[in-house]
Design a protein around this ligand. Structure first.
Ligand code: SF4
Ligand code: SF4
Length: 200
């Protein structure tokens, strides 16, 4: 079971910052517990001009499904500047892989054990350990907790060689990838001014 909590409104307002926003709400997992009322209240508080479209869908974490959604809703997605997603962290990372627009998460995934749809349908390259304080908006949608073996939150350990992780040299250093992507999208300042701390 998942429990998702809508992020603080100020954080999402800062991300949206008057950009035209396409919203996906995922209700794939049967046992998902999502504060729909909070999302509705939040969306209602935004200017109607900001929200281009809102779609409630199943299993954003399934690469085939999300690819289809991007095709089906292409008309309104093409009118948008960003995609805002209410789903677990795996859904956000999977959508980010295929989106040409910046993808942000509107919620935190809390730690609750039990059955999760992602265990059967998701892209196995992504994971979410339900940390309760999603960092993806700061880390270019690369989860520092599941992609870095040391679960570092504020930059690389310094042990990477030629871009490869010092713990597992078959994989790229996640933090080098995060920095590269942030630089590419001119988003580096945000993480420099932010202290990411573990909340659980
Ligand atoms: S930071 Fe990682 S573990 Fe935490 S909610 Fe986001 S995807 Fe999940
Ligand atoms: S080399 Fe990179 S991915 Fe590996 S433990 Fe250090 S910071 Fe994490």
């Amino acid at each position: 079971m998942f429990v998702l909590k809508v992020k603080k409104q100020e954080e999402i307002f800062e991300l949206i910052n008057n950009k035209k926003t396409f919203v996906f709400i995922c209700e794939g997992c049967n046992e998902i517990f999502l504060y729909r009322e909070e999302i509705t209240k939040f969306l209602d508080s935004l200017s109607k001009e900001n929200i281009i479209d809102t779609k409630i869908v199943d299993y954003i974490c399934n690469p085939e499904y999300i690819k289809n959604y991007f095709e089906i809703f292409k008309k309104t997605i093409d009118l948008s500047d960003i995609i805002l997603i209410f789903s677990c962290g795996v859904g956000v990372q999977t959508a980010n892989k295929i989106s040409n627009l910046p993808v942000y998460t509107g919620c935190d995934t809390l730690h609750i054990p039990g059955y999760k749809g992602v265990e059967t349908v998701a892209d196995e390259n992504y994971d979410c350990i339900l940390c309760g304080n999603c960092y993806l908006n700061y880390t270019a949608n690369i989860c520092p907790l599941t992609s870095c073996p040391k679960e570092l939150l504020n930059g690389p350990c310094g042990g990477a060689k030629n871009g490869k992780c010092e713990i597992d040299n078959k994989k790229d250093c996640s933090w080098e990838k995060i920095f590269e992507k942030l630089k590419k999208y001119n988003n580096f300042e945000k993480i420099k001014n932010e202290i990411l701390t573990r909340k659980f």
